[in-house]
Design a binder for this molecule. Structure first.
Ligand code: FAD
Ligand code: UDP
Length: 376
């Protein structure tokens, strides 16, 4: 029986812990936070499940991932439909015929496509080199200026010309009147919150969980006590930033419990102007269709924040310089710490959604070659 230490009780660590326990390993999960579930942690506030680390909507195109996650929870039929507020004007997101109508008064797909074509930069490179070029190529200048440029600069603390194009490709562009924020086949919110999913995953007799335990504070003893380690914290932090720090973006969340039944009529409203210091307001009760509390509501303002060692690293910044630095850490890890498997949003330094994290964790957990290797 292999003794496995999983550092981090987020989705990646919890899926690997469960699958390895089912494969016969003795698993210990530690987390430095006082609660399970990492960034998908939800807590009850006045009867409303509050997403403590930002709004989390589960969506996937993978039948396998959907089947996997629905073992642990019943999901509702929530479909994310985001509004953007630009100086008091409301637009539907993602970019669709409603947005084009609100922006230009056009009513047909042909008119919308003509507007966008007229606003695309003449002679722009076929393969956009950065987020700004990509955005203008997809939706034209007006939408870029109103809904993307200032929001992106706030969110990332950088000009969109200094960000990779893939970030804006997360959002669909469609020429139908369809406000669904995602294109995936499956979507929903677990009706009892996300924390319950992780609790169920870890409820096996061969899994032990220890919260408030930082691996880095006791790494020598922990490394000696286990055959293998799965590490879901930041890979640069694991190696004491020996090659420098990878760039991350952090966030600050401000919650408010209000004595009104309905604050904004929608789960997510983005503020796309540069003057509003937060990027979005989440009203949690709308994820469960107003349920939980008829008199009150909980809202969360999400403020982007600079990251420095010690702050929570929420988003990796996958530009070429940081990708190169990450590869340096990976090469070093393979040579110097072969008994450690790095994974998850931080360990793999990837802008993963939850479904991608589950798919990656299942792949790691079921790769028997990886587990046959002996402790070095
Ligand atoms: P985490 O959840 O970050 O878990 C890592 C865990 O490791 C943490 O609990 C941390 O405390 C612990 N840890 C780190 N270092 C140590 C250490 N040294 N010792 C002990 N413990 C340690 N995805 C979607 O699919 N849909 C969404 O709508 C969505 N919205 C998001 C909104 C925001 C604001 C953010 C930031 C992310 C969002 N995501 C969304 C992505 C989603 O949160 C991640 O894909 C997923 O939670 C990552 O899981 P993880 O296990 O890799 O990391
Ligand atoms: N974005 C934007 N305006 C918006 C929403 C998103 O410009 O109103 C851009 C921004 O650069 C953001 C990216 O699109 O980082 C991806 O948005 P998503 O909603 O997927 O971000 P997440 O939920 O991961 O923070």
């Amino acid at each position: 029986m292999m003794k496995l230490l999983v550092v981090g009780s987020g989705l990646f660590g919890s899926v690997v812990a469960r699958e390895r326990a089912l494969a016969g390993d003795q698993v210990t999960v530690i987390d430095k936070r006082p609660h399970l579930a990492g960034n998908i942690y939800t807590a009850d506030v006045a009867g409303i499940p509050v997403h403590r680390y930002g709004a989390h909507i589960f969506h996937t195109n993978s039948p396998r991932v959907w089947q996997y996650v629905t073992q642990f929870a019943a999901f509702n039929r929530f479909t994310n439909q985001v509004l953007a507020n630009y100086h008091g004007r409301l637009f539907n997101l993602p970019f669709n015929m409603n947005t084009f109508h609100q922006m230009w008064g056009v009513t047909t797909p042909a008119e919308a496509q003509a507007k966008i074509a007229a606003q695309q930069t003449a002679g722009a490179s076929r393969r956009p080199a950065n987020l700004e070029e990509q955005a203008i190529a997809l939706v034209g200048r007006d939408i870029y200026q109103t809904l993307i440029k200032e929001y992106t600069a706030k969110q990332w603390g950088r000009d969109p010309v200094d960000l990779p194009a893939f970030i804006i490709r997360r959002l669909p562009v469609r020429f139908t009147y369809d406000n669904n924020y995602f294109n995936d086949r499956y979507q929903g919110i677990p009706v009892s919150g996300y924390t319950a999913i992780v609790e169920k995953m870890l409820a096996l007799p061969t899994i032990t969980v220890q919260l408030n335990t930082d691996f880095l504070a006791d790494r020598g003893a922990l490394t000696a006590a286990f055959d293998r380690i799965v590490y879901t914290g930041a890979i640069d932090g694991f190696f004491d930033y020996r090659f420098g720090t990878l760039a991350y973006r952090s966030l600050r969340f401000e919650d408010e419990l209000l004595d009104i039944p309905n604050f904004q009529g929608s789960a997510v409203v983005n503020y796309t102007d540069r003057e509003t210091p937060y990027t979005r307001i989440i009203e949690h009760k709308h994820f469960i269709f107003g349920g939980g509390n008829r008199r009150q509501t909980v809202i969360t303002r999400e403020y982007p924040a600079a990251w420095q060692p010690g702050a929570e690293p929420y988003y990796p910044v996958n530009d070429p310089a940081n990708e190169a630095l990450f590869q340096q850490y990976r090469t070093y890890a393979a040579a110097q710490a072969p008994q450690v498997i790095f994974g998850g949003r931080l360990g793999a330094y990837r802008y993963y959604n939850m479904d991608q994290v589950i798919a990656a964790a299942l792949q790691v957990a079921h790769n028997e070659d990886l587990w046959r290797a002996q402790k070095v």
